[in-house]
Design a protein around this ligand. Sequence first.
Ligand SMILES: NC(=O)c1ccc[n+]([C@@H]2O[C@H](COP(=O)([O-])OP(=O)(O)OC[C@H]3O[C@@H](n4cnc5c(N)ncnc54)[C@H](OP(=O)(O)O)[C@@H]3O)[C@@H](O)[C@H]2O)c1
Length: 446
Amino acid sequence: MESSAIAPDVSPMPARVDGEARPVRVALLGHGTVGGSLHRLLVEHREHVRLATQRDVEVCAVLVRDADKARDGLDPDTTLVTDSLEALLATEPDVVCEAMGGIEPTRTHLLTLLDRGIPVVTANKQLVARHGTELFARAEAGGAQLRFEASVCGAVPIVRMLRESLAATRIERLLGILNGTTNFMLTAMTAHGQGYDDALADAQRLGYAEPDPTEDVEGLDAAAKLSILAGIAFGTTVDIDDVRATGITGVTAEDVAHAAVLGCRIKLVARAERLAAAGGGTTVALDVTPMLVPETHPLAAISGATNAVLVDGAPFGRLVVQGAGAGGPETASALAGDLVSVLGSEPSFLTRDPHVAHLPVAPRDARAERHYVRMQVADQPGVLAAVAGALAGTGVSIERVLQQAAGEGEATLVITTHPCAPGDLDSALANVTSSDLTVLPMLDED
Ligand SMILES: NC(=O)c1ccc[n+]([C@@H]2O[C@H](COP(=O)([O-])OP(=O)(O)OC[C@H]3O[C@@H](n4cnc5c(N)ncnc54)[C@H](OP(=O)(O)O)[C@@H]3O)[C@@H](O)[C@H]2O)c1
């Protein structure tokens, strides 16, 4: 088996042909959950792509297994639907987006494309993890870019962060919740006291887990993603089989309950860390394993199918990114981002966006939100009614009230409001007598 060496850089593709006005021709390998979403995104967000790249984009061809199947949004007059790579190549695509999955024939197709100098963006973690070295070598030889943001953590831009934002830093450690299915199950086991089998059944019923969940629950999906990220983070060659993977199949409801007593949550954590070797030098420790994570740790708060990656290093300290790790539109957004990068962007394109450049600034009262109000009031009958009356007078409605004696004839009144404009709250509080007043907006839970 091959190891994946994620090249720190790939040879740039000429972003555009000077003077050429024709749209960029994009071919899609796969038109399923991700490929179909990408196609919709390229149509619905055509203007964003044009602003970012100064080019129009059109989907010239789509490769699928069954070319006769009815598919939404495909116009046979402009887009060839085929099961033949040769037919797809005959449409002369400038860029190819791969969302068909699997190792073969996908690997062979990508090698053919890269050999011809056609840039590729892919969502295929198994392919990048297992055949990265070969693919990147051929991309370099062919003078074509190969980008793979969508292959790890869906919409979360972790590859870009490691490769570009942190390119000039030293990364010491990377911790991730890289598999949404198992995090969904562990979250359910924690929140509802469910056992493993019930959590898996729910995950399958809700579409988070495949009918055959082996890749997810045995930690293999997370191991593939970790091998890709560790390769970039440490600039090293990582064999996916060097990642020690332990899944969550042995985690019981009792373990989850004991962890809670210890102030922890059980999470399937993917770790890549530089460690000093016994005889000197540096080693890289790589594992995916269920761990007890303290409730105060950033990864403990990652719930449901969300993915997150925490990176420690110098001189930046710690960065944490989180978001949707899967889903058609979410993963398509990462593919589209890579597509824009391949096509090249104008550094100042945002300033030319008429919608952005001329957006007026919203007035303070444009946003109604919940507020926390703490005030020091006289501890006597009728005070609470007076405050409530003042608030009602400007249409501010009370959500909760807490009252506490504060000594020497005073009381602390804490009020939370339903969503209201700050100006209405200000007007109401101007009519309230209070020796100490604090008003804070409250962030919604979502
Ligand atoms: N789904 C997600 O949330 C997600 C998230 C991150 C990454 N990914 C990755 O994205 C890739 C695609 O996933 P998906 O969920 O979109 O899969 P999918 O819904 O099963 O779609 C696969 C598409 O590829 C086509 N295809 C499969 N094998 C083919 C072959 N041998 N020749 C030609 N066409 C073939 C299928 O054609 P037919 O339509 O004719 O069957 C289908 O259009 C995978 O690498 C996956 O790991 C997916």
